[in-house]
Each structure stands twice: as structure tokens, then as C-alpha cells.
Design a binder for this molecule. Structure first.
Ligand code: ADE
Length: 317
């Protein structure tokens, strides 16, 4: 470090930006609001301790890949380091979004049907963009999609954050050494939990789509148009809190719980989804196709985004 082609010399960002309140504590460090001393512009600063140098390097490398800018991926400003020895701190500076993460936003707000479609389509577009490859950009599996890693912009579109666990796949290159069981247990697909994942690019992308389905479910369960007079339930994470042991997780996979949830709400069983007449039933069916137990049966993120777009033409219910 400094990495070739890095836009700022070492110390440039950290000497201009003052850290303010803490926004979040993550696996690899804390995120703060940072303020540029000259312009008062606010940014978000993820601060890694020296032992997390590997994650800091991975994340900035991914953000710095050519063609990585997209409206639904968190905008990277730069990386920096300050302090020395055990006091060394590694900074990753990105755009700041005052509405915070999808997790925080949904816990505090309900959303209309149109707002839900804006959230769902933009999130799926961001993931589809990560997954897609071009001559310049490798396909990227995020590997930790969850509502805390999705940020809400002021126009209620989403951007995907936290690329610290992401894995890139260059065409024709072997997958290499990769630990399959990373991410957040609550959002892990059955094949990851069971250690039964195959080591192909598409397998990694399908694991992301499973987690995408769970985040879409979190969004849908806060939609006023989905609940009518009964009222929208309080925000919940997508699984029962059964995480005491890995055994209990295997016995109570999210999918089973969620499917019971649809049924208990008097909605159609999966097999009865053939007649799609309303936006809500099409969105539920789409979500179920994301968390299918069989990875090959899941939709792609690009297909989920196209479905969300098509949903705008259907009546809500
Ligand atoms: N929490 C984590 N990263 C953030 C960001 N960039 N903006 C707002 N809240 C955040």
C-alpha cells in the first residue's frame, strides 16, 4: 500500500476527515460518520484494526475494479491508513446515507406497495450487477447479503454495501482457495449450512439469491398494502431466534418457517401459485423462487429485478 492507481496519497483522507458518531459495529470494524473539515461534506468511514488488513484490502480492491460503479452499489470514495504499529487504523471511505440500513429503516417505517417495488427492484438490480461479468468486470458473489448490508438512499432505492467477504470470478480462472461457510448464519442457504455446496461460480451466486429472498421478505412484511385492515406486523428478522446451536438451525431452516408463515396468513401454497392475478401473489411467488431448497431452481438476481419491474403493471391484490 498505497495501491497502484490509488487516487489519494496515504494520509490524505484521514487528515481531512474528522470522525463523528458511530453508525454501526461490524465483523471487521466500526463505521463512523466522517466530516470533511473544509467542506463539511459527510461521508461514512469504516475503520478496520490492523489484524483485519486482509478484509480492508479485499474490499477496496473490489470497489476499485474497473466498471464497478453502479447506482445500487455503495459509492466508494477512497482508502487510507493512519497511526502506526498497534494503533494503525485502516480506513475505507464511502458515501454516507442518512436513512441507514434496510434493517434500521424497516424497523422504524412501513412502506407502500410502490415504495416496496422501488426497494425490491433496486436491491435486485444491484445484486444482478455484482453477479454480471463483462470483459472488464469479473462476476462477484457478495456472500453476506442481509438487510444490515443494504443501505437506503433518500429516494428509497437501495445500495449494496460491505464487500469484505465478496469473491470475484474471472472468466476461465479456477475458483481457487475459498472458505464456503462465510456470511451470516441467519441468511445462509441450506446448502451452505449443510456444507453441501459445490464450488462453481453459479453456486456462489445462487447462495446470494437465497439471502436476497429473505431480505425481500423483510421488505414485504413491512408493506401497508399487503396487510389491509389487520395492520402491518412489527418488523422481524427473517428467522425465529433459534440460533443456540448449529443443530437447531438445521432443524428449523428459514424456508420452512417462512412457508408456514404464508400459509398461516391464508395465502396460497406454493403449488397453487399457478394463477397469478395480483402483484402480491406474484411477488410472494418470486420470493419463494429465491429461497427454493434446490439451488438450481432459484431465479437469478437479474430475473428478480425484471419481475419487480413487471410487477408495476399488476394491481396490488
Ligand atoms: N452504515 C454503514 N455504512 C453506512 C453508510 N455508508 N451510510 C449510512 N449508514 C451506514
Amino acid at each position: 500500500y498505497p495501491v497502484d492507481n490509488h487516487p489519494f496519497p496515504v494520509g490524505h483522507l484521514s487528515s481531512h476527515i474528522r470522525l463523528k458518531e458511530r453508525l454501526a459495529t461490524g465483523k471487521f470494524g466500526c463505521v463512523y460518520i466522517g466530516e470533511d473539515a473544509e467542506t463539511d461534506q459527510r461521508v461514512a468511514v469504516k475503520v478496520f484494526p490492523p489484524q483485519e488488513r486482509g478484509s480492508w484490502l479485499v474490499e477496496q480492491e473490489l470497489y476499485s475494479l474497473p466498471e464497478m460503479s453502479h447506482p445500487n452499489i455503495l459509492c466508494f470514495i477512497g482508502a487510507d491508513q493512519c497511526g502506526q504499529g498497534p494503533d494503525l487504523r485502516l480506513w475505507l471511505v464511502t458515501e454516507y446515507h442518512p436513512l441507514g440500513s434496510a434493517h434500521d429503516y424497516l424497523a422504524g417505517h412501513t412502506v407502500s406497495w410502490i415504495q416496496l417495488l422501488d426497494l425490491a427492484e433496486s436491491l435486485s438490480r444491484g445484486l444482478a450487477f455484482l453477479h454480471e461479468s463483462s470483459s472488464e468486470k469479473p462476476a462477484i458473489a457478495h456472500r453476506d447479503i442481509k438487510s444490515r448490508n443494504v443501505l437506503i438512499r433518500s429516494d428509497l432505492s437501495c445500495c449494496i454495501a460491505d464487500l469484505g467477504l465478496a469473491k470475484k470470478f474471472f472468466q476461465g480462472e479456477s475458483i481457487g482457495d475459498v472458505h464456503p461457510q462465510v456470511g451470516t448464519r441467519r441468511y445462509m442457504s441450506p446448502e451452505v449450512l449443510e456444507g453441501a455446496m459445490s464450488f462453481y461460480k453459479d453456486s456462489f451466486l445462487r447462495v446470494d439469491v437465497y439471502s436476497l429472498g429473505l431480505v425481500l421478505w423483510e421488505m414485504l412484511t413491512r408493506c401497508t398494502d399487503a396487510y389491509g385492515a389487520e395492520g402491518v406486523p412489527a418488523y422481524r428478522l427473517p428467522c425465529r431466534p433459534v440460533a443456540q446451536s448449529s443443530r437447531s438451525w438445521r432443524q428449523a431452516p428459514c424456508r420452512q418457517y417462512l412457508r408456514q408463515y404464508w400459509q398461516s396468513r391464508g395465502t396460497a401454497k406454493l403449488a397453487e401459485y399457478s394463477l397469478i392475478t395480483s402483484g402480491l401473489s406474484y411477488l410472494r411467488e418470486t420470493i419463494c423462487c429465491c429461497w427454493d431448497h434446490v439451488p438450481e431452481a432459484r431465479l437469478t438476481a437479474a430475473c428478480v429485478a425484471e419481475r419487480c419491474k413487471a410487477l408495476r403493471r399488476l394491481p396490488v391484490s
